[in-house]
Design a protein around this ligand. Sequence first.
Ligand SMILES: NC(=O)c1ccc[n+]([C@@H]2O[C@H](COP(=O)([O-])OP(=O)(O)OC[C@H]3O[C@@H](n4cnc5c(N)ncnc54)[C@H](O)[C@@H]3O)[C@@H](O)[C@H]2O)c1
Length: 446
Amino acid sequence: MDLTQRLENVAIVGAAGKMGSGIALLLVNELARLKLSPEGEGKTYSLTLIDVNHTVLEGLMSYLRTQLKKAGEKKVAWLREVYQARTDLVENGDIIDEFVMDALTQLRPATTLSAAAGATLVFEAVNENEDLKVKLLSEVRKVAHPDAWYLTNTSSIPISVLGKRLEIPSRIVGYHFYNPPAVQKLIEYITTDETDPGLKAAGEELCHRLGKKIFHSADVAGFIGNGHFMRDGLHAIAAMEALRKGGDHAPAIYKVNRVSQDWLIRPMGIFQLIDYVGVDVFKFILEVMDRYLPGQGLHSAFIDTLFEKGILGGQKHDGSQKDGILGYTKGRPSAVYDLARGEYVPFDHEGWCKTCDEELGPLPDGYRGWKTLVRAPDRKAYLERHFEAVVRGETQGARLAAEYLKASKAIGEKLVADGGAASAEDVNGVLMNGFFHLYGPINDYV
Ligand SMILES: NC(=O)c1ccc[n+]([C@@H]2O[C@H](COP(=O)([O-])OP(=O)(O)OC[C@H]3O[C@@H](n4cnc5c(N)ncnc54)[C@H](O)[C@@H]3O)[C@@H](O)[C@H]2O)c1
């Protein structure tokens, strides 16, 4: 069975979640493309969308309908060709509606795992909980095609562990989409020594068909992306603790967040990123990594305490940011949760924030932030000048940034040295594509 044949019966478990819904959108577009192509003539393609209840599945279907309409609008010229024999479809609107209908008829929303009967390709995107993943996929195995391939979106659990527990070591791979899957270009691909060569190749082909860039990671808990991000976050927390010296959290969090965004020229500060991912998710991933990589200090009392207090970050249903380590107004940081005081402290740019900014000192001359640099043709030269000034700088901001750069580089180098990543290019590629960093952590700046 080749990939196209396997795409005739696909199932997603956890389809209505953040990642599952994006994966569903990517796949339904690919299945619709196949169905409407000459190679799909006379074939049927089915995508079973499994989640816990009808309410979440209804939300998913409505999301997919809206997104398919947008996709149809973008490829209306191709759709005109596809439907050229259909004289009843005249206006662009008619053609797009027909495409949406054609795509939607391939979908089978379901609340029971038995709906995955006969599936030849199974995507898994349920919560980051090893026992849950094993329990659900064991049930799916009973009904899926005996030779089905499994692609898990786990962020941290070693694939060989899942393969062993599920007794499918050759038929499961890590297919780690980034959030949101429909937009993010990166797939971190984790195969093992036991992976079926057919599956290995099909995973690469699918990645290409979905318009994604693939980066291979070794089968090490956390893989490359979270392997770096978690340790980077732990460095930030340690830097914050060193700054506050047992005092208030707010100024220290504010400073480290600013340094990691402004001095390091990243799209957002580290504490904002942890909130975006979710303090709870950050904690769960750390726990998995600590279990499989013991003795590396992969835990944080700060994160555990926030979790206990219900300070979780993450997103609301409408996609807006929930309060976490930082508080948000209209999606922008506007306060800091001060653990020592047990409350959010609003930013005060004429008061304590101003004091923090003065203590950090000015940014290097002619400073340009991430947004202005992301498409700048002279980005490389600018970054070299910027980091030269940072490393030479004597302000608190420059010192914290230089320490941060060094820590981030050491994390990347250790990933390569320990065999988690095959090369510095892979580490840099994942960070630049998955986290939108403008430069890789393994660089010559420090
Ligand atoms: N959110 C991210 O930024 C991100 C990025 C990359 C990878 N991941 C990984 O992707 C996976 C999913 O994460 P998410 O953020 O989409 O989580 P989520 O909580 O948004 O989605 C999980 C989905 O699984 C469903 N589910 C739970 N139990 C189920 C059951 N018994 N049967 C069927 N469905 C069930 C839930 O209802 C939910 O819709 C995790 O392994 C996570 O680590 C997440």
